[in-house]
Design a protein around this ligand. Sequence first.
Ligand SMILES: [Zn+2]
Length: 975
Amino acid sequence: MRSIPRQSVLAVAALAAFSSFPVVGLAASPEEARLLTDVRQLTFEGRRAGEGYFSSDGTQLIFQSEREPENPFYQIYLMDLETGDTRRVSPGIGKTTCAWIHPSGEKLLFASSHLDPAARQKQKEELEKRAAGKTRSYSWSFDEFYDIFEVPTEGDEPVNLTNALGYDAEGSWSPDGEHILFASNRHAYKTELSPEEQEILKKDASYFMELYIMKADGSDLRRLTDQPGYDGGPFFSQDGKKIVWRRFTEDGGAAEVHVMNVDGTGEKAITRLGAMSWAPYFHPSGDYVIFATSVQGFRNFELYLVDAEGKGEPVRVTHSEGFDGLPVFSPDGTRLSWSSSRTGDKKPQIFMASWNDGEARKLLGLDGAGQRSAAPAEALPPVPATKAAIDTADLEGHVKILASEDFEGRLTGTDGERKATAYVAAAFEALGLAPAGADGGYFQPFDFTAAVKLGAGNSLSIDGIETGTALDQDWRPLGLSASGKVEAAEVVFAGYGIVAPAEAGQAAYDSYGTLDVQDRWAFVLRYLPEDIEQDRRQQLYRYAELSYKAAVARRKGARGLIVASGPRSKVKAQLVPLSFEAAAAGAELAAVSVTDDVASALLATADKKLQTLQQALDSGETVEGFVLPGVRVGAEIDLIPETRQGRNVIARLPADGAASDQPAIVVGAHVDHLGRGVEGKSLARPEEEGQVHPGADDNASGVAALLEIAQYLADLEARGKLDLKRDLVFAAWSGEELGLLGSSHYVRSLKGKNADLGGKVAAYLNMDMVGRLDGQLILQGVGSSSVWPREIERRNAPVGLSISTSDSAFLATDATAFYLAGVPVLNAFTGPHGEYSTPRDRAETLNYPGLQKVARFMALVARGLATAEAAPDYIRQEGGSPRRRMSRVYLGTIPDYTQGDGQGTRISGVAKGGPAAAGGLEDGDIVVEMAGQSIANIYDYASALDALKVGEPAAFVVLRDGKRVELSITPGARQ
Ligand SMILES: [Zn+2]
């Protein structure tokens, strides 16, 4: 029943569409000709036809048609597309629908009600009704006698596969023929229904339709969806890994196209048209989906395309008045078959056309940089031959290629990153390592939102005050806002919008109190009270982030959040910049910032002044929240996320037999870097702006070491000299520079719903910036397991490095993603330098003999762990993740997150012209005191920074060449 999915709404509309338009020609309109050529009507016989599906070799089409004199209902027909021979393959009695051809071509399936004892009676009644010319709104019958039947292609009795009361239909075989996917409302007939549900079942049985999958013999039935509203019309992708279907809203008023993995995970909507979007079908490439939608009106369903990930806007395919729907691609992707009412009598029949895949890709932005990765057929580049031993020249060769101009700084989601990851994959393949990425390949792609931009549909309405509401002038959505329409609602002022529990001698703080925020806008100030004491600031700071305030407002039932800076915050811009932070994604409420002028006008309705109100709040006083009388705010928010895809490269050197089930040793290094400079991360000088940041040390050095370690160990294994007690996994992460995206994705994918990675990963070895050995190798995370001191001693004995260790495992590199998931980690690092994060981090600046030693040491550590019987223990450390905090205080420093414990925070970069530079801070200074607080590590540094105030000089004490130097730095405002 893909044809008329909803009797109440769609069918009526579709019927209207079929009968009220003038005849249109068959030739495709110029707009259609872009994608469809050689358009022709395929079926002519009978009243109507639809739901044509190709055989797996593309030579046959199975479809339904009303064309039997004795039976007014659909029966199933099989057409040979080469000879035109067509024959009925269904019993001829009762109703049928939703046919499919087995991939072998030897059997067929369809839904049929021929076992209904009253089937013939129903036929007769229907014929009489039609003969009497009784008008009836076309209504699909959810006949509870529908079951799915299998029948051999060469005649025989149909076999019932789904003998259950309820509507079973919309079935198809998986591409390998082993499973059947279908839709059913059977649970409504089995479970105890409430009186309301019984009412619904009587009126609209489709409400209970859900997706099911079973083995091809009808066994092993599993339900895949569990949502009120009609889930139906499911199809497999050609690789058998995904399912596409349409889901109706509970009231049946709209439907969107969804995709998920065949096991029911990873479900997401790929259309957001708010119309009736249904009958989706994958292109055989799996890259995009075609579907029908009412977005042009119910009388004019048209076919559209959408990227299979739901990125970007849908693209229109057909331009013909009346109905176009039920599209399917031929298995080779060169033809499209669909049902259209562009016929002489305006009754729908099946049409066929040639399909322009290249143009479709262009229109969807899938032809170039935006193309989805992990295509199994991707050709990997050649890699130089390298020696089995860990070799200085081989390391230099890898670094030179990875850090070359051609790889353009390897920014995640760009061509440069794709080239670099392809290079790593090719190297893994050359070593004979097993692919351990997604879909049986070396790559593990992950999506990330790179930014948001304003769409065309943003508007704000404020009734009750005189004020401008110009976008970007008077107001702006926050990057974390949900998109959509917010009906006009009242506004309540809630101070700084902070709710913080009592802790460490500080009383609780609650901006809301007993204020009723339900279905209203919460109107709050940005940041936190300005004039409170240090300790109070420290307490409140963590609850003052906008994403946190939005979460609190939502929890209190608010419809939206309005944020104003207030005159006392000394911000550069009153409207919050449209930035995107991955951590804040997914907020489920509207959030906007407004200017102080708008804020003042709002507060004036309650006879309050913004300045005095903020002053009172800033003193620490709690100001009772209040409703703004007579004010109603409505909004339409339209934010367009820019999603990109990055990819990890993962390979495995498997242990034999059961040892392969033991937790693995993972060795990794991030392969991505800053491209031509990422804002806020690049330390390029003004004259270097826009240049490629080659990232030779950061982290071509680590990847080169990774490849050499993998080769060394793979060679040992091949020669029978490595008795693995567990697998070795080698990983090149992407997205590290943008926030540990790749390693976190890997950890999540492995962890699933478990609390940690225990049982899957025994230890993680990381290398990030190991190419500038100058004195000591720094080993971090030593406190994460008791085994490290012993292992370090043993494995360094043959190498002879000078090593310094630090315990903390909270590091600004991929090791942290593993540590937080319960895995002992060890990170190798040769120290910060002046070329860090600049276009000057070039291959010729590296110490290759030093890199060779580091790689050799780490290879021996990996070997030791992988051949040991026992996995290392895990030691939990106090502290937190070095979560990036939103601070409005701006110093213009890059603190070195990789510093050791207890000796202050080294500054590895100072922005020219920034407040820190103006105060005399220099690269390499170690901050040991800030505003009277002693600084032992990066956490002290971050929290002391939180407590600084914009525009107020703060005393800094730094160590410079071993001497204490006192400085005064006046923090500026960030943005
Ligand atoms: Zn790095």
